[in-house]
Design a protein around this ligand. Structure first.
Ligand code: URA
Ligand code: SF4
Length: 242
């Protein structure tokens, strides 16, 4: 039975319950009073969005061996109705696995600064990952793990419909471009993934280890700001909104 039919059946049962309790009282007391009875919730099925349904499915996923050591699936977080930007990282680390929230460790706090610099907050964007369970000791995901998990990412993109994607790091860049190349080959080129344009920049953890990447990240963020018509340090960029 669908949710709509359930709701109809619920209403009918509540009404039946209400009428029968009035009749019962009338029989007992000999009069028909003013009756209000609480709604009888026969079916507790709540309305789930396609993304909620998917999340329940992924929380139980055992499609690759990463499920064995996970504490939490890190499904993704943020604005789910056509955000201007979706960020895609590699996979959960220690803190993310503990909490189920993407990018909340050191790299995540640094990432927040990047967002602030182009007038964005986490509530404006959606953050996802290539694999949704933590690879042991933060190793890169194996190809078979990426393969098992990217179907979920594609479904997320189709449901959420971000206008633009920024890949964080080589793992995400390789996965979305389908090209096994280094950062120099991945950066400075707009590609399309399942209908959504994307570019690749360094992973915030890599920039924390290697501050010399900072100017490249800054220049990539300028591309995002220009494309999405975002303010940079208080200055509005003159460009088309996409
Ligand atoms: N690094 C990632 O790639 N993703 C996260 O969610 C956290 C750290
Ligand atoms: Fe499933 Fe992805 Fe977790 Fe592997 S990483 S178990 S495919 S959710």
């Amino acid at each position: 039975m669908g949710i709509k039919e359930n709701r109809e059946a619920n209403k009918e049962l509540s009404e039946l319950y209400r009428v029968s309790s009035i009749l019962e009282d009338a029989l007992a007391t000999g009069e028909m009073g003013n009756h209000t009875t609480p709604t009888l919730e026969v079916f507790s099925e709540k309305e789930l969005s396609p993304l909620d349904i998917m999340k329940e499915e992924v929380n139980k996923c055992t499609k690759c061996s990463l499920y064995q050591q996970r504490n939490h699936v890190v499904f993704g977080a943020g604005k789910t109705d056509s955000p201007s930007l979706m960020l895609i990282g590699e996979g959960p680390g220690y803190n993310e696995d503990r909490t189920g929230i993407p990018f909340i460790g050191k790299a995540g706090q640094y990432l927040d600064k990047w967002l602030t610099s182009i007038s964005l907050t986490r509530d404006d964007i959606y953050i996802g990952n290539i694999v949704k369970c933590r690879p042991p000791n933060n190793r890169n995901p194996y190809p078979e793990e990426e393969e098992a998990c990217t179907g979920y990412l594609i479904r997320q993109i189709e449901i959420i419909k971000p206008k633009y994607i920024l890949c964080l790091g080589k793992v995400a860049g390789n996965a979305l471009s389908g090209e096994q190349t280094n950062m120099a080959g991945l950066r400075n080129k707009e590609r399309i993934y399942h209908g959504v344009p994307f570019i690749v920049t360094f992973h915030p953890a890599a920039v924390l280890r290697n501050p010399s990447y900072r100017k490249d990240v800054w220049s990539d963020l300028q591309v995002i700001a220009k494309t999405l018509n975002l303010e940079v340090n208080g200055r509005k960029k003159k460009s088309e909104i996409r």
